[in-house]
Ligand binder design. Structure first.
Ligand SMILES: [Zn+2]
Length: 95
């Protein structure tokens, strides 16, 4: 622990924050994650999903908007298999 640790921590925290911001999240939140977790934080931000670009669909039972990869509705518990293509919405794309 010392100066070398700080240099290494910043070397991980900076790209973690930049990638986090590029994915539509907060720079400072990811900067702190990278600062504490180092390469684990960097791996986490690289693997994290872009929430804005994730396609959504509506639950046919309770009409809650859920992400396409969600298989069970968090509100009513309805199982959601392959979605009807007409029900898929892309919130990042203006129609
Ligand atoms: Zn539902």
């Amino acid at each position: 622990m010392g100066f070398e640790y700080l240099v290494i921590a910043f070397a991980f925290a900076l790209p973690t924050g930049i990638i986090g911001k590029a994915k539509g999240s907060s720079f400072w939140i990811w900067f702190m994650v990278g600062l504490v977790l180092l390469f684990i934080g960097l791996a986490a931000v690289i693997l994290s999903r872009r929430e804005k670009d994730e396609p959504e669909r509506q639950c046919p039972n309770c009409l809650k908007a859920v992400k396409l990869y969600v298989q069970i509705c968090p509100r009513c518990g309805t199982e959601l298999y392959l979605p009807d293509p007409r029900a898929v919405r892309h919130p990042g794309v203006r129609s």
